[in-house]
Design a protein around this ligand. Sequence first.
Ligand SMILES: [Zn+2]
Length: 455
Amino acid sequence: MRRSLFLMAMIGIAVLIAVVIADRPGEVQFTWQGYVIETSVGILLLIVAALMGVAALTYRFWRGMINAPGTLLRARSGSRRESGYRALTNGMVAVAAGDPDAARRFAKKADSLLDDPPLTMLLSAQAAQLTGDEQAATRYFEAMLERRETEFLGLRGLINQAMKRDDRVGALSLVDRARSLRPNTPWVHAAAFDLEVRQRKWGEALTSLASAVKSGAIDAATGRRHKAAILIERSREAEAAGDGAAAMEHAHKATGLMPGFTPAVVREVRLLARAGKAKQAIRLLEKAWSQKPHPSLAEMFLEAAPADETALDRVQRLDRLHRLNPDSPELLPVLAEASLAAELWGSARGHLMKALRESPSRRIYRLLSELELGEHDDAVKARNWLAKAEGAPEDPSWVCGSCGTAHALWAALCRHCGGFDTLEWRASAAPQLAAPASKGPTPIALAPPPAPGRQ
Ligand SMILES: [Zn+2]
């Protein structure tokens, strides 16, 4: 549009000049080297215009010649970049496919073709990791820390490396740096939390957990359970340090957060009992039992016995607990054991037969063997029951979901693999780890009676 306007204006001016000249005709004459040239002003102007046109064309051609190498070079560097990007893509595909040789080859090619270290450093690092050269990968990751645009990615690579060689202290300081660099990235909070709990830094872990839940790295329900687990550990540590009030506060918070979480209830009940608040302890136990029966709660109930309790008193006390949740099989072995102690053979047999139908386990067969000896002094039948115990399902306990190690007592950290909040109440084939030796008050061993799939 602008071009055609310009052209029309130019034509207009040319026509105007032609008209002016035609209106004022004149002769031009000049002498040069003995030649006399005569012409009209119109022709002279035409010749001048033609000469200017030729000069303009010559200039354009000359410019073109001068710039040719640069244009060629630009075309070449364009294809260089293109090959570089192709090598980069192929390299990333090779990394994803787990082909170390191709990954390294393409990384080298991309690096030589593209003058863009942020793009190629990550590929080079990943290619080095694929070939098992962790030292080279570390060098690339560290080089990435030097540039703002790759610093975070380099940190992530170094964190993964530190975790792999189990350097948790080093990993945590790198995670802290990553977190201050990009506080809105969800994984930094989850990673910080994971490292802090494994180092038993409960206070810091609670802060990281809150950020991890807020950013969506950990879902709210898991976050609540993790928090209760931390509070139980804090309560234990406070009690061991002689701070009974803090121990109680943490335990109470844990049960408030997760009323159905047996380890939390057990902790608070135990502290209440130790503080001489037996009535409160029993009330909490019975409430928890009616909501969610668990063998550990039954054991706690037995522990809370008055000093002068007879075997018969005990059966009556357990009957009260049984009536709160009559359909749950958790109490059957406990009831049977108490009945055996009180020599109430009929009721013991009733409970054991019911348990045999609903949830048979080694403990039930062993108790049946005791019953045959106690009631009829029948060694043959007793041996038969014991033989069956060998093939029976294992009694449940706190089993680590990561490594499968069974624990006699619940703990926030697996004592074998160090996993956090991994213990679940179930049967395990692995041998059970005994309760840890404690410097604080002696932990009351919770022998786990049978109750498959509950906690
Ligand atoms: Zn474990």
